[in-house]
Structure formats: C-alpha cells, structure tokens
Design a protein around this ligand. Structure first.
Ligand code: OXD
Ligand code: MN
Length: 616
C-alpha cells in the first residue's frame, strides 16, 4: 500500500498554491519520507475550520460543546501519556555541544536526523499531511517572522489557527523573498490499510528536536501543546532566541501589558518574565485594585523585542491566541479570562458537564454534582481524583479578550518602559526591587529561581534555577544568552528600559503568604511605573538603595485600602545579609557549570553583591 515516490510528488504539487521552488521541494522531500495518503495546503479559512472540526467530531476526536453555552467550541481528550511538554525528550542539536550549553539536552544533528528519518519513514501512512503557513506577529511587521509547519494532526491545524496568524499571505511573503522557518510534526501513528484510527493518536517514543543552525524543528510522537503547536515554544522561543542573538533582538518568555495612567493620560508598556505556573495570565489580565490605572492585555506568554528606529526597545506578542492552563482560572481569580472563553475555543483534557459545558477545578466556587472527567469517566465530588487534568488547557483567540489593547494589531510593536523578573520565592526576595542598572538587572534575570515544592523532584526548599524563565526554552548556551542581553543593554544605552525584580510569593515562617497578590499587585506596578516616570522626567527619584537593589522608601508603596500589617510589610522587604550571602554561594555554584562562557560581568556582579551584603 502507500504512494509511490512519483505520485507523492504529484500529490504535493496538485493543490499547491503559487509557492517558491524551495518550499515545494521541502514539502515534497518530507512527503516522500512520511508517505501520507493526502496532502492539504491550509489557508486558515473559516471553511477549513468548519471542515476539519466536522471531520474530527465525526471521528470522535472532538466533542462539540453545547452551542447555546459555548458556541463553536470543542473538547479534546488526550491519552494519559501525552498531557504536557516533554522536557527530557526536547533536544537542541547545534553542531557543537557547547553551543547548546549545560542546561539543554544536546545530540549531534546528523545522528539525530538519521534517527528521526527512521521514525518519520512512513509515519503519515493512512493520514493527511497538512501544510500550515503561519506568521508570528502581524504579517510583514518589523519584528514578525514567518514559518511553515507540516503535520498529520488536524488537532494541531485547528489549534495553530488560533495560536498563530495562519494565512495564505505567508506563501506570498515567502515567494517575495522572506526567510522562513521549517517545522515538521508527526504524531507517529501511521494507519495500516483499513485500520481504524484512535481518538488521540500519538507514540510512546517522543522527540522534540531543534536544529538552531538551520532553523528547523522536527517533532515526533506527541499531539499535545508545545510539542505539537510548533509556533509556540519551539519556534517563538527556542529558535527565535537563536535568531534574535544573530540579528540583534530578543525572544523572551514574557507577558506584555499596556498601562495608562488615567490622571495624566501617560501610557507605559511593560514585559515580565515568570517561570511557568506563576500566574502570568493573571498578570496579563490584571484588574487593578487601586484607582489611577487602566491595564490592557497584549500577551500572556511570549514577547519579541527589537530596537526601533528611535533607539528604544519595541515589543510584540508574536502569538494570536492563549494556550492557557484551565485549572485555577475562574470567575473570582480571573474574570477577564473567563469572559474571553465565551466561544470559539478548543478545550483539552478538562471535564464535561451534563449540560455540555466544560468545568475544571477552580472554575466556579461550587462543584457540579456530576461530570465526565478528562478521561471520559463518570465523576462526582466524592471521586478521589481531579475532574480536569492539572495541565488541561484552553486554546482561544486573543482578539476575544475584553481588555485587549489595540496595539496588539500594531505592525511594529510598542515601546517598552520596564521589564520585570519574577520567581516564586518563599524567602529572601523582596516584593519589588529596582535593578541598579542594566548589568545588575541581567544578573537578577540570570538568578531567577523558585524553591522546590513537594510536587517536584529534589529536596523541598532547594532552589530550582530558571534564568530569565527561559530554562526549558533557550535555544543556545544560556551563558551566551546572558552575554547577548549584556550586549543589547550596551546598544540600547540610556534608551534601555528599566529592569525590576518582583516576588508575589514570599511567606512567613508558618508558610502564610505575606502579600495578597492578584489585583493587589497593581500597587507594585504603580510604584514601578512611578519610579520609571521619575527617572524619565528628571523629577526626584523614588526608592532607597539596599544591597540587592532599590527598594520602595517608606510610604512610597500605595497601601490605601489593603490590610497588610506593618510586620508583614517589613518582612516583605527584609534583606537578611546572612541568608543572601548563603544564596550567593549557591549562585556561584550555579554559574560555575557555564565555565569560560560565563560573562565576566556576571561574576563581577556576584562579587559586588557580596561586598554590599558584607558592608550592610
Ligand atoms: C507554558 C509553559 O505552557 O510555560 O506556557 O509551560
Ligand atoms: Mn509559558
């Protein structure tokens, strides 16, 4: 069975739009290897969405939700072995191991390609190969990039249509000479003649592979999230970080928001890096509890930043949708997200209600009496397992966000005033600190960490390092990445945004959070932006120096209407020299693994910090 090489080439060419020769030969080469039964050049149209959702519903792979409650929305259920990104199966295959660095899994690119060619051989038998043309950022924008994804997963096609700008204009852009990124994905589940498909095809053997020198992603075996929607973590972070270093820009794991001071009309833009599961989506949809600020959403996960003609740093959210974690998103914690999810949404691994709506832990305060859980089984509040998988997701167009800033559509992005680095720290790190300068800010970003919880491997309380929240997402040697940040700062000079460290998660000795978080974080952002404004307009500077950065001076943080006892406030900003010095020793050990690649400026920052702490 299967197609012969000759008729596969015909199959590829038959419906092909007008594309450049290198596109046609790339698709043909992979089609010959993957041996699909059919080839479909996607265009991201409404008809395509209707057709594919109908096919998937008929096959049992999507469950349509109640149209009166969630119009044009569907539920997908994965298999229990395909529910998250697989970091131990994620590889950076640079020519030299040192260029992937000690924090990435490295394999020789030629050997990896040989292994994957074997996996890919015939992997799409009985399936359709879809070609997805997508733009990251507005098509043709100054910071945007385009790519193609080959996939045998209609689920990936539908999700990509939400997460990226899928449009035939990309074919035209490529034909007009645009560089493009090559990404290939197969679930690794070929069908024999007459074999019936399963609801969620995938393969126990998974490979998420990046070739940074040739800007390619080859992904095999998984249909889930970042493993399969290659525009997201694979392209927009791992490959884009490499492209950014080459071409003088930055690809970051950051949310992006616009803030308007409603008294002065002044507008600010802020990007913020937080490790996964630190409430980025909540901050992207912040509802301030203090008057004076309007917050609008630009992005919740990834930000690309590039110096503009005026020398300032401009940013876009390259994505077009949210792939958000459902559990914990609810009316009380994030009403904006809940309104965003009114329809046109794909849910994966959440629970189904008897009315044909979705539910997950934290969605509502009351728990339904009966549900079908994420694995398709009956569920009641007495069941001893969660109804939705902890990493269950919604995929929703960003344009449905009630708080979306109109600048999300701006081709050339928004100028950035401040960048925040946050971890989840129970100890040491204060609620907010302003970096002394860019180099100190890079040191802060490089040392982002969280204490391990019982849910992670290792000793509880031990620091899990996640520099710039990029540990799983940096496509090259992390030390070179820090060097690139230092260079960018030099280039930006006095036009560089200000850098800050924040920590919403500090606890007292009994494990109680010292800061209420959520909307109250607007108080911290308020201080940050007033500090930035004061620096920019030459008025009296805010804050007072401490060994670890500039802290709000007494009375500067707006605490009107929030009950934070004086002792808690003192603890939130306490800088204990002894425990910081102990942490410096851990930082030294952490830095040591990067050997000679570690920029000298970061060792100098560590020494300077130690000196300031000893003098305190
Ligand atoms: C994500 C992550 O899914 O950071 O966005 O893990
Ligand atoms: Mn993320």
């Amino acid at each position: 069975m299967g197609n012969t090489i000759e008729n596969i080439a015909t199959l590829v060419a038959a419906e092909a739009p007008a594309v450049r020769e290198d596109v046609l030969s790339w698709v043909t080469e992979f089609a010959e290897l993957l041996q699909p039964d059919a080839v479909r050049w996607c265009d991201g149209s409404e008809e395509e969405w209707q057709e594919l959702t109908a096919e998937m519903v008929a096959a049992g792979s999507l469950i349509p939700l109640n149209k009166d409650i969630r119009p044009n929305s569907f539920l997908a259920r994965s298999t229990p072995d395909d529910v998250a990104r697989v970091e131990d199966r994620t590889f950076i295959c640079s020519n030299e191991a040192i260029d992937a660095g000690p924090t990435n899994n490295w394999r020789d690119p030629q050997e990896m390609k040989a292994t994957l060619r074997e996996k890919f051989a015939g992997a799409m038998r009985g399936r359709t190969l879809y070609v997805i043309p997508f733009s990251m950022g507005p098509v043709g924008g100054a910071i945007s990039q385009v790519g193609l994804q080959l996939t045998d997963s209609p689920y990936a096609v539908l999700n990509m249509r939400i997460m990226a700008r899928v449009t035939p204009e990309v074919y035209t852009q490529i034909s007009n000479g645009a560089d493009w990124v090559r990404t290939v994905h197969s679930v690794g589940a070929p069908l024999a003649e007459g074999e019936e498909d399963v609801v969620w095809p995938c393969n126990p053997d998974k490979y998420i592979v990046h070739f940074p020198e040739t800007l390619e992603v080859w992904s095999y075996g998984s249909g889930y999230g970042g493993n399969a929607l290659l525009s997201k973590k694979c392209f927009a972070l791992r490959l884009a970080s490499v492209m950014g270093r080459r071409d003088n820009w930055l690809a970051e794991h950051m949310l992006l928001i616009k803030l308007t001071n409603t008294d002065t009309g002044r507008v600010f833009h802020l990007a913020a890096a937080f490790p996964s599961a630190c409430g980025k989506t909540n901050l992207a949809m912040l509802r301030p509890t203090i008057p004076g600020w309007e917050v609008e959403t630009l992005g919740d996960d990834i930000t690309w930043l590039r110096p503009g003609k005026d020398g300032r740093l401009y940013a876009i959210n390259p994505e077009a949708g949210f792939f958000g974690v459902a559990p914990g998103t609810g009316e009380s914690t994030n009403p904006t997200a809940m309104s965003t999810l009114w329809g046109n949404t794909i849910y994966t691994n959440v629970a189904l209600t008897d009315e044909g709506d979705v539910w997950w832990e934290g969605k509502t305060d009351s728990v339904p009496d009966h549900l079908i859980d994420w694995q398709g089984n009956d569920w009641t509040p007495d069941s001893d397992r969660p109804a939705a998988h902890p990493n269950s997701r919604f995929t929703v167009p960003i344009t449905q966000t009630p708080t979306l800033a109109e600048e999300w559509f701006a081709a050339d992005g928004v100028p950035i005033d401040a960048i925040l680095f946050g971890g989840r720290r129970a100890t040491n790190v204060p609620l907010v600190a302003k970096a002394r300068d860019w180099q100190h800010g890079v040191f802060i970003g490089a040392t982002i960490s969280s204490e391990k919880t019982a849910a992670q491997e290792g000793t509880v309380g031990e620091l899990r390092r996640d520099p710039f929240a990029m540990l799983p997402f940096c496509g090259y040697n992390m030390a070179d990445y820090w060097g690139h940040w230092l260079n960018m700062g030099e280039k930006l000079g006095d036009k560089a945004p200000q850098l800050f460290q924040v920590n919403w998660f500090r606890k007292d000795q009994d494990g109680r959070f010292l800061w209420p978080g959520f909307g109250e974080n607007s108080r911290v952002i308020d201080w940050i932006l007033r500090a930035v404004d004061a620096d920019n307009n030459g008025s009296e500077k805010l804050g007072e120096p401490s060994p670890i950065g500039v802290l709000p001076a007494d009375g500067e943080l707006n605490l009107d209407g929030v009950d934070v006892p004086a002792e808690d406030l003192a603890s939130l900003f306490d800088v204990d020299a002894e425990s910081w010095l102990a942490e410096c020793d851990l930082t030294e050990q952490f830095f040591a693994q990067f050997g000679e690649r570690l920029p000298a400026q970061l060792s100098a920052e560590l020494e300077a910090l130690r000196e300031r702490l000893r003098a305190a």
